[in-house]
Ligand binder design. Sequence first.
Ligand SMILES: Cc1ncc(COP(=O)(O)O)c(C=O)c1O
Length: 383
Amino acid sequence: MSKTMIKSKLPNIGTTIFSVMSALANEHKAVNLSQGFPDFPIDDRLKSYIGEALDQNQVQYAPMPGRLDLREAISKKVKQQHGIAVNPNTEITITAGATQAIYTAITAIINEGDEVILFDPAYDCYDPTIRVNKGILIHLKLKHPTYHINWEEVREKVTAKTKLIITNNPHNPCGSVWTEDDIKSLEELVQAHPELMVLSDEVYEHIQYNNEHQSVLKSSILRERSFITYSFGKTMHVTGWKLGYCIAPESFTAEFRKIHQYMVFCANNTMQYAAAKYLNAGEFWREVMPMYQQKKDLFMEQIKMSRFKPLTCSGTYFCLLDYSEISTLPDVDFAKELTIKYGVAAIPVSVFYQDQTDHKVIRICFAKQNETLIKAAELLCKI
Ligand SMILES: Cc1ncc(COP(=O)(O)O)c(C=O)c1O
């Protein structure tokens, strides 16, 4: 009865592959490299700040845009990182994870019929959020196997109705990163299209190997036109806190906060207190990349003798493994077989495409303890 009363805004959304693979991993006691979360303990200092927050009874609502001490700490960090001044009062809003920041930004600016460009494979929350807001989806594809943006194609697809382009750098699930040329291409694009805005998802800003992270924040042209989203879940290894933030120019932030205040009003105050203390205690975020570099190197070394071909991973804690020498199965079936028969759970990359493009690659997450990675690699080498 209740089913027929609701005209679903997302009629084709079922259980996500992340839940499916994790359930399968549990059932078959497989090593779970599917979902993207760390399995190691957090820094003791961060733990102690949670205790301190509770001792101080920091358990009531935070201010709507987020605690000022946290916004000021973020502003200080951006200055240390990029030498750029971001106003904590008017340009930073604390959110319940990057997911809420993305939902809020899209809801603030997309009206019925507005076109939004996004790139497949795409992180899973972009598409449904645009749908809910009645935007028109323009799915373009990153170029396999390097997974870079074809800017010429983008230029052809932008119309007078294109309101937003969503980018993700470093990229989940592909592990690709931007060069200065990508920044230049995006600058030229927004300059040619005065109505075009950018949603730059930079949650993996601190997990980039080899070269410097190309943030849109560093470009004065792009900064004026962008919402940039971040996640403490990724930088502090606390995905379950669902704490993040959005940096945007003052006029964008004003519209963003109109939605934010009626969505959640504010993010978790206790965790905001701890995050502010931790940010002010030192530049812990500089340690994130070397830690993941060690894990990536370890895993790559361990699977060298396997029949999987790792694709280049320049950022994030994910890497893609090409299994075309092992099996001709579609990637969803192969991922299930890998879990059930060989005891390792991974994510098939076709689920990140609107049209389920299958390049015979799976995504594994190496944000795991070294023993977990060694065990998984041993199993993969037996195939
Ligand atoms: C590319 C990307 N954007 C956003 C998010 C969401 O971040 P949060 O957990 O802070 O909502 C994730 C989480 O996996 C992600 O990989």
